[in-house]
Design a protein around this ligand. Structure first.
Ligand code: SF4
Length: 315
């Protein structure tokens, strides 16, 4: 089961400044079937709830946390407690982090910044979000506002599961297992970035005869970088056409036409991507094309989440 760190207010914890919460249904009702959660709230442990609201203010080119009511500078206290919550998350070895958008503490690029004269001055990461980003490179981190977009939601969940798959694989990895791992992720990686996928292939081929530790560490950073990218309809279409190439020799002309029509209908946003994927899976099963059946791209996360059943999950 996944373990995901989540802003407490999104889980329904009454930790907001007004004593309320901002329960996010996708996390509480759907993701909870496949993940356990580590709740955090730097503001609650620093100032308890309810409390005065705060804002981020730029002073001498530095971001400070200021109380809206009293004008007191709370930066030091909030940073100390944010560090405690960050340590807690690290100890739990979580697989992903979901933050509350627009909060001066948790917002991921969506937190409003003000000048001392009260004027708005763009947006930035909240105090805690910034610390999370600095601590975890290429880590699955997202804010709930963006998860309302089916495309970003699908990409994020795919990243979370791929990231966790690498973590599990790394426990007991050797060169042979790495070749297999890379092969199984071929089409998923390709749907993110074909150039990086090929780079990963060269790392695995290891023509420079590096030690396995060196190869693994180089592979890890590039794998995490690749899965952190967003797929597109164009890249996914290329992957589907490539996969179709593995079954076409078994198909009648009518079956081939139907499969290409489905891929093209997906590219034209008429049907969701799950339709050509299931057709490919059907043919791969019928004709025993194990190379395709082993591909993580076919089912990168629990199918019950049904994220690829939405036409809007492609962009
Ligand atoms: S956004 Fe972050 S700091 Fe604010 S209430 Fe939610 S968890 Fe706490």
């Amino acid at each position: 089961m996944m373990k995901i760190a989540v802003s407490g207010c999104l889980l329904g914890d009454k930790v907001r400044f007004d004593g309320g919460h901002k329960k996010f249904d996708f996390i509480v009702d759907e993701l909870s079937r496949f993940a356990s959660f580590v709740s955090f709230c730097p503001e609650h442990i620093a100032f308890s709830s309810p409390r005065e609201s705060i804002r981020m203010v730029e002073i001498d080119k530095q971001l400070h946390t200021i109380s809206n009511k009293t004008g007191i500078n709370l930066t030091k206290t909030l940073k100390e407690h944010s560090q405690k919550e960050l340590d807690k998350i690290k100890n739990h070895k979580v697989d992903a982090i979901i933050l509350k958008s627009k909060s001066p503490t948790c917002g991921l690029g969506s937190s409003k910044v003000y000048l001392q004269n009260g004027f708005a001055n763009g947006k930035d990461d909240g105090v805690f979000a910034k610390m999370c980003k600095e601590e975890f490179q290429y880590f699955p981190i997202e804010e709930e506002g963006r998860l309302n977009d089916p495309w970003l939601r699908e990409n994020f969940i795919m990243q979370v599961y791929a990231y966790r798959a690498f973590k599990d694989f790394k426990q007991d990895a050797d060169m042979k297992a790495l070749v297999k791992f890379h092969q199984e992720f071929k089409f998923l990686l390709s749907s993110k970035d074909d150039v990086l996928y090929r780079k990963l292939g060269r790392i695995v081929a290891n023509e420079e005869k590096k030690s396995f530790e060196e190869v693994l560490s180089e592979y890890e950073i590039n794998f995490k970088k690749t899965i952190s990218l967003k797929s597109s309809i164009k890249k996914t279409r290329n992957v589907l056409e490539h996969m179709a190439g593995f079954v076409k020799k078994f198909l009648t002309r009518e079956e081939k036409t139907l499969l290409h029509e489905q891929i093209s209908d997906y590219a034209n946003k008429i049907i969701p991507v799950i339709t050509p994927i299931l057709t490919l899976k059907l043919y791969a099963t019928k004709y025993g094309v194990n190379y395709l059946l082993e591909q993580k791209f076919l089912e990168p996360y629990p199918k019950e989440l049904a994220l690829r059943s939405d036409i809007k999950s492609g962009k």
